[in-house]
Design a protein around this ligand. Sequence first.
Ligand code: ZN
Length: 410
Amino acid sequence: MAKTIEVGGVATVIKQANFGQGGQGQVHLVHLKSDPDKKMALKELRGSTRALARTKYLCQRNLSALSPAFAGPIVCEDVGNGRILHLAPFAEGGDLDDYPPRALPQNLEICLEFVSLIQLLEENGIVHGDLGTGNIRIAPDGTVTLIDFDGYLADDPTIPPPDTIGQFPMLAPEQRDGTHEQPTRESGYFAMAVFMSTVATGRYPTEGLADEPTDVVHYMSQGHWPEHDRISDVDDLPIAALGQELVDLFDLAFSLNPQARPSPDVWRRALVRALQNCWVHDCGQCFVAASSMQACPGCGAQITIPGTRGQLKIQLLPTGPRYGLELKDRVAIVLGRSTIPGLPPTVSSRHLEILPFGGKFLLRHVGRNPTLIRQRGQWYRLQESWLDADDLNSGIDLQLADLMLSLISG
Ligand SMILES: [Zn+2]
């Protein structure tokens, strides 16, 4: 028979004991006795007056009411024998590397959601204190959830600080050299950047650069983003693809001066701008464009990024990434798997050609499965069709095999 455990008056039934090993205690997956569909995480902490005061405070703050993305504890109980139990909502999702690689705009969206959560926490007087890839859960659709708040810092002076310093891969230089081991808001900014660097590039900042812990410490403590020191491999994301603004923020975030590290608000604004300027080049390289850019960060070919006007954009529907495309008169743009990352296999590598020609566009189907175009509310099979630039002002919906997208100018 399933074991029932009561925490602070809430009855739960164990679904899976020892579900995961948290840094500070054992975690069981349970469900509410009154609602078997409601999954919760039951955690056992080592008891102390200090741990109990901290856990009670966290339960009172009820972070999960602030946002469902905060899986913080809701009730807790000192059960004696040096044990405290607390109950938190269960977070779906996995680690970063549990899913196949995502396209750059999707990774930037994960970063944006993540920093927005850190900002919301901070505005409510809480610093997570123990950010690490295991404590940041990512669902298949990219939804981010923060778990394990046991190492939090509060801006309430009556709350004792945590007795943990965080996880080795995420520690700031001042924690590594012992000048300030205790986590701070600014060491959290460092950890935040380590996580986003890993999301954006698909690798830990020193992966392939350093293996020995002393070498990792060296590269993480130089005062600049370790990605600059890497001899890049053809499969690596060239960091220039993130755009100069984000590269500069990563350098500041790895600063030895904690006060120089960008806040979540600064990151959030830069990420919003980056997401509005994602481009994809003929070679399939996606990048954050700036008008100063003269070469594709992927293949090095010369490119011209137009100003705010005269751009052609594709939006993958319903809520996929939006990319800008370079428009050159009489040079065909190819849409397909060879030029846009992450498209389904039903789309051919070259599926649709768009030829800008004297202010008009010639659309030509070249793929295996059909291309459909919506005009005046009706879907038509497209072989070849001319569009005026005006037609694109309000967007033209296309369907490449089973992929819906919208073509927009301006
Ligand atoms: Zn290129």
